[in-house]
Design a protein around this ligand. Structure first.
Ligand SMILES: Cc1ncc(COP(=O)(O)O)c(C=O)c1O
Length: 325
């Protein structure tokens, strides 16, 4: 299926600098005796970049089409998604309100500092529970409606089938970048949390009839839940594209063995991966998402789950603003 033709049927804001670069990690490849490449979605341009921009191109276009005058979203205090929603709304001249899980710190840093800089209104909620954040955001949206405003609610991580179309579009873009680089990757690895990035990428691959595995290294949820959510989003995005692939579940590859004690809790393997990439490639990762995903990829190479003589691609989804927290 020509998914790019189908995608033209959806409103889309141009927010990201595309295509993102794809290049080989020479020193890391040599050290691990493998052929490791990277997609630089940490360089999507706006708001210091990251994966969420691709989803926001579709979500914020939908908000505009519906005539909404304020965007609400939620996440942790150091949410990359919230930072990028704030930056994209600034670009579009739309009000933005963030519900952030965690106490208000005395001095904002990292993503929180940028949220303020981009002009977002912020409410802190003292809870780590995603459902509490969502409820608070919906309450705020309801209060705004009563005051005559038209809010648009972006769920945590922007992970809806519509948002995931950003990554279905990315699948086609990556295909062109791989052809240009002269590689046929055996798999793409990435960090998976709210499942929209992996779900969208998988939907794009399935709709185009590609069999390349997309491997999500879980950083937040148990494997069963993550697998279910990736499949749900992939199915929803396929439906929007008018594709009906058989057995989406069988195409979902996730590994949640690198989370450690929980979301945003560092593991020794993650710290090693962050140090390795910094010192061998001059490339900052982060300790919440990409560090754990890279730890997973390194372990899969070391344990023979990835062939050393064929290219494997790591999708850098951004997040290194966390280093300045
Ligand atoms: C830097 C980074 N990488 C990966 C992810 C995971 O993407 P998703 O939530 O679509 O699974 C996130 C989500 O917050 C992120 O901020």
């Amino acid at each position: 299926m020509d998914i790019e033709r189908r995608l033209k049927g959806f409103p889309r804001e141009s927010l990201a600098l595309l295509p993102t670069p794809v290049h080989r990690l020479d020193r890391l490849s040599e050290a691990l005796r493998a052929d490791i490449w990277i997609i630089r979605d940490d360089m999507t341009g706006i708001g210091l970049g990251g994966n969420k921009v691709r989803k926001l191109e579709f979500l914020l276009a939908d908000a505009r089409r519906r005539g909404c005058d304020v965007v609400l979203t939620a996440g942790a205090n150091q949410s990359n998604h919230c930072r990028l929603t704030a930056a994209c709304c600034a670009r579009l001249g739309v009000d933005v309100r963030l519900v952030l899980g965690g106490n208000k710190p005395e001095a904002p840093s990292g993503n929180l500092l940028l949220d303020r800089l981009f002009g977002a209104g912020i409410r802190h909620v003292n809870s780590k529970d995603w459902s509490v954040w969502t409820r608070r955001m919906e309450d705020e949206a309801e209060a705004m409606r009563r005051r005559g405003r038209k809010p648009y609610v972006v769920p945590i991580g922007g992970s809806t089938p519509l948002g995931a179309l950003g990554y279905a579009a990315a699948a086609a873009e990556y295909g062109r970048s791989f052809a240009k680089a002269g590689i046929k990757p055996q798999a793409i690895y990435l960090a998976a949390s709210s499942a929209g990035t992996q779900g969208g990428l998988l939907a794009g691959m399935l709709a185009m009839g590609w069999g390349m595995p997309v491997v999500g290294i879980g950083v937040a949820k148990d494997e069963k839940r993550l697998k279910r959510e990736v499949a749900e989003i992939a199915r929803g995005a396929c439906e929007l594209l008018g594709a009906s692939p058989r057995n989406v579940e069988a195409a979902v590859h996730v590994d949640a063995n690198y989370i450690g004690r929980g979301y945003a809790v560092r593991t020794p393997e993650c710290e090693k991966a962050v140090n390795l990439l910094a010192r061998m490639e001059g490339l900052p990762l982060d300790y919440v998402y990409t560090g754990k995903a890279m730890a997973g990829l390194i372990d899969h190479i070391r344990t023979g789950r990835i062939r050393r003589n064929a290219p494997v691609v790591f999708l850098h989804t951004g997040g290194s603003v966390e280093l300045f927290e």
